[in-house]
Design a binder for this molecule. Structure first.
Ligand SMILES: [Zn+2]
Length: 222
């Protein structure tokens, strides 16, 4: 099973979790045609799409999936016609609430090939602990240091209440890491208030597994 990133950040989020015959799309923030292209136009293997919340960079292209009959699971957007509450096997998807300025959910995705993968973005923090995670995909949006240099107080406050700071991300990794952890992917780094090199280094110091930073085009084996 591979993870392919088609976008991460305020310009559009979309990740593909896929093997030869099955794919789950995580977030609908890039045009469907880019997803098709990345899958070699084999869209029959898309089991479903999961979407964390209604903001455009995560949900702008939701209707394109609904229109062609691909199951869409978006627990925070049940008011949208065509949105389902579950996605069928072989993926088992559970959800948990996050802390954002609109209802937002994280996902715990299980599949026999990869074990348990956690996905959480657009959240001030994650209030739960998880056992036996094999893969973690977590927001690492900004550092307090760079934030205070870049924005006025009002905007700083908004970002602090809606996105994850480096230190919070580090706490999450410390509290949820285990011997079976195989990969970590840092997501949704802010253009102005993050530093990819520093963030990668500080997270890598906490674990022995590979740490990736989500950029358009990133692909790795799970
Ligand atoms: Zn958002």
């Amino acid at each position: 099973m591979k993870l392919t990133c088609l976008g991460s950040g305020s310009a559009g989020n979309c990740y593909l979790l896929h093997n030869e015959t099955e794919c789950i799309v995580i977030e609908a923030g890039v045009p469907f045609k880019e997803v098709k292209k990345a899958l070699g136009f084999n869209i029959r293997k898309i089991i479903g799409v999961v979407v964390s919340h209604e903001h455009g960079d995560h949900a702008k292209y939701l209707q394109e999936y609904i229109k062609v009959g691909i199951p869409v699971m978006a627990p925070s957007m049940r008011h949208v016609t065509g949105v389902l509450s579950a996605i069928s096997k072989p993926f088992a998807v559970r959800t948990f609430p996050l802390v954002h300025d609109v209802p937002c959910t994280g996902f715990l995705i299980e599949h026999s090939e990869i074990g348990r993968l956690l996905f959480a973005t657009d959240t001030e923090y994650v209030r739960y602990r998880f056992k036996n995670l094999n893969h973690i995909m977590i927001e690492c949006n900004y550092s307090q240091d760079l934030l205070s240099k870049s924005y006025h107080d009002g905007l700083q406050e908004r970002i602090k209440l809606t996105h994850m700071e480096l230190g919070t991300c580090k706490d999450f990794i410390r509290e949820n890491k285990n011997k079976e952890l195989k990969t970590i992917c840092l997501m949704h780094l802010s253009d102005r208030t993050s530093d990819e090199g520093i963030f990668h280094k500080e997270i890598k110091e906490l674990v022995t597994c590979p740490v990736y930073v989500a950029d358009k085009g990133l692909e790795y084996e799970l």
